[in-house]
Design a protein around this ligand. Sequence first.
Ligand code: HMG
Length: 390
Amino acid sequence: MSSVGIDQISFYTSNYFLDLRTLAQVQETDPDKYYQGIGQEKMGMAAHDEDIVTMAANAAYPLVQEGAGEQVSSLLFATETGIDQSKAAGVYVHRLLGLNENCRIVELKQACYSATAAIQMACALVARQPEKKVLVIASDIARYDLNTPGEATQGCGAVAIMITANPRVLSIDPEVGNYAEDVMDFWRPNYRKTALVDGKYSTKIYLRALKKAWEHFREASTYSFADFSHFCYHLPFSRMAQKAHQHLAKVNKSELSVEALEQQIQDTLSYNRIIGNSYTASMYIGLASLLENHQRDLSGKRIGFFSYGSGCVAEFFSGRVVQGYQNCLFTSEHQMMLEQRKEVSYEEYLHLYKAPDPQDGDVHEIAASGSQGRFRLSAIAHHKREYVAI
Ligand code: HMG
């Protein structure tokens, strides 16, 4: 059977960010606690006329140009920032992108993990109908309470991934390692806008899940630690990936130096450092970061992925970079988008942070919003969200 995997990958984040130096100054904290300690520099802040739908549509738009959306048979939308208890956010995206009417659409949830469930389901669907494409979108806005340890790890972003047969970017191996455990390390009850988290405990569970998922992967796969050139981890903050990678190296009794281990993950971290946690999207933005920033040709290299969603469900899987992948990336578009973002003051950050949940009757003046994206939330009328394409 032909290989199945990632044919294209594109991401989007809001054009507003807060520099964590500004946060540190207000909190009278050493900025190095953020820049070094958790390895984060900036965090993306969604504007009032942005949500998971607008970010998702902005991320996916480049993948469906010139009729490329015609063969999309399913749109799988992963998020933990749902905007409706019933209607899948992907249905709005389907219309905004002009996808065909014979499309299956569903929303998936399991904290930061669900994009990986979507990827695996997409691979299975394409294996059954290799002429079809499945569009996987992960879109989230990470919010914690002000003046809590989690505050500096907020962020927002969406990633869109086209899964096809004979993919041009990454062929995904069928073997996986899974781990699940009922724990309360991070959760967000329906009546709360911000997440509740036991921060230190969550990092401990993340590492335990990594070891368990890896052990399960090893039972299924012939690949060992030494077979991977790079590793993409779920990125709540970039220091977490460094800790995880050292942990995995130790579990495998690897003799690689600290520097060599760092090289296996450092290019995956570049975008996350300046976007922040984008929950379901973050590991895949890490993959885009690796492919777009690594100076050497990665063709033929095998990459390991550790996907973690609090609560918790985790998965280790792998993939092989396809020859010529560079021609299918959106490197300059992504880098331009990140360069053109606008830094906000602490007061502006609070204004964005404290915006009330969208209410019926809201109208967003597009000209005044300052958002850069092509798709916006323009109003809520009769309890129905209205989106526009600009
Ligand atoms: P904290 O408790 O304020 O930080 O928050 P800390 O005091 O532990 O410091 C962090 C690190 O900075 C430490 O290094 C300090 O030594 C260092 P470490 O011991 O970890 O190596 N440090 C400094 N370094 C340089 N200069 C300084 C300085 N000061 C301190 N001046 C915590 C940390 C992670 C708990 C917090 O950010 C948090 O609660 N975050 C949210 C939860 C989270 O991200 N958990 C990660 C695992 S769970 C997960 O990934 C799932 C998730 O994405 C959700 C989902 O699945 O949906 C969150």
